[in-house]
Design a protein around this ligand. Structure first.
Ligand SMILES: *Cc1c(COP(=O)(O)O)cnc(C)c1O
Length: 407
């Protein structure tokens, strides 16, 4: 089954109650049982069933199963937001004293989060680029995980996942990747060796910009050494499933960051058109990037452009598509603001992965909590505009950008 067919007819797509083609929105807190014995079995995970929506909910499960199938994972665990998914993907396997190694060009929220984690005794060492040469010198006896984004944003660098996974595993470390900007349409990181994938579903997976959510997908192929990964001690009996089991039955449940049933329903609908939207969005982005390159005084960054440093990875890893985000530098912050203000169709809004094209000046918005040094490291300059390309007719988009830039 190919990608778009699998979205509609995959094994995770069930016949739902009453023959419904979509899962019902189980907008309830609790589920009732005919007997105390039955309830006892469900609470002890000895029988299938639902008890309380923070712990499990049928609509949320329907979304998790569909996404898990797309990523080829062992289990997907849906969260209240992308940030919570990232937080838990790490806390599930880290203790105070452990260290993360991550790329500098991360999503701003993730950089802020890693700062927060230092208060819990978890330190992050940042590297300018996620390459073995950059990471190797920082690995020490406290290092427990490598973390990076498949397509970093807004720097738009692409991770060589097979190389990074092989390097991580050679050092007995798992690789966690944030694949929000890539989506399973462009790449399934678990199949290339990544151990855990996280997404902000608020972006391309939901696709219409109508619900905040996140998800963690565990490939369950990392051989945990329980003497080193002390956070998973107590789950030894589960072997490679230890990460999923602790996450599902312990830390995710106890921290209470579940996805709302309505969000899961909206995400199921969004997921069904993921392939259609991504193909269109990537085509539009490529055409828009080409058109902007031709304009004077504009410096375009789009991995799909020939000559981009990551263009080889676009072909070998992302199936030839460069993603839906591009950035361009215009010389000064004043000019960047003037261009943003003149746009007719592109919407000035944060977020990405919407049906409509969104534009933003990251330096004065997404990265206000970062130092100038951190911004530079993340590729955030004060004359930079980020574009999350939508599904509009590309001729109209090109005209909108040309007019705004040339005035
Ligand atoms: C938006 C985003 C997040 C955070 O997700 P939320 O759903 O907003 O919490 C994390 N990583 C990336 C790459 C993002 O784009």
């Amino acid at each position: 089954m190919r990608f778009n067919t699998r979205l509609l007819h995959g094994s995770a797509v069930k016949k739902y109650a009453d023959g419904a083609t979509l899962p019902q929105i189980s907008q309830v807190s609790a589920f009732q049982y005919d007997s105390a014995e039955e309830q006892d079995r469900v609470f002890h995970h000895k029988a299938a069933g639902y008890a309380y929506s923070r712990v499990a909910n049928p609509t949320v499960a329907a979304f998790e199963q569909r996404l898990n199938e797309l990523e080829g994972g062992n289990a997907a665990i849906a969260c209240a937001s992308g940030m919570f998914a990232i937080t838990l993907s790490l806390l599930n396997m880290l203790c105070a004293g452990d260290e993360i190694i991550a790329g500098e060009g991360l999503y701003g929220g993730s950089i802020d989060l890693f700062e927060d984690l230092t208060k819990f005794g978890i330190r992050t060492r940042f590297v300018p680029r996620m390459t073995p040469e950059a990471i190797e010198p920082l690995i020490n006896e406290h290092t427990r995980v490598l973390y990076g984004e498949v397509i970093s944003n807004p720097a738009l660098e692409i991770m060589d996942i097979p190389a990074m996974a092989a390097f991580a595993h050679a050092h007995d470390l798992p690789l966690i990747v944030d694949a929000t900007t890539a989506t399973p349409f462009l790449v399934q990181p678990l199949s290339l060796g990544a151990d855990v994938v996280v997404h902000s579903t608020s972006k391309y997976i939901n696709g219409s910009g109508d619900a905040i959510g996140g998800v963690i997908v565990d490939g369950a192929h990392f051989p945990w050494d329980f003497d080193r990964f002390r956070a998973l001690d107590g789950y030894r009996q589960f072997g490679k499933l230890a990460y999923t089991v602790r996450l599902r039955t312990d830390i995710w449940e106890n921290m209470g960051g579940c996805m709302a049933p309505m969000t899961a329903f909206l995400n199921v609908i969004g997921l069904e058109t993921l392939g259609l939207r991504m193909a269109r969005i990537c085509d539009n982005a490529a055409r828009l990037a080409e058109a902007l390159t031709a304009l004077p005084g504009i410096e375009v960054n789009y991995p799909g452009l020939a000559g981009h440093p990551c263009n080889d990875l676009v072909r070998t890893e992302l199936g030839g598509r460069g993603g839906g985000i591009l950035t361009f530098r215009v010389g000064t912050k004043e000019r960047a603001f003037a261009i943003l203000n003149r746009q007719k169709y592109a919407v000035r809004a944060t977020s990405l992965g919407d049906t409509r094209t969104l534009v933003i000046h990251p330096h004065s918005t997404l990265y206000i909590r970062s130092s100038e040094e951190q911004r530079r490291a993340a590729g955030v300059y004060d004359d930079l505009i980020r574009v999350s390309v939508g599904i509009e007719d590309v001729e109209d988009l090109i005209e909108d950008f040309r007019n705004a830039i040339q005035e």
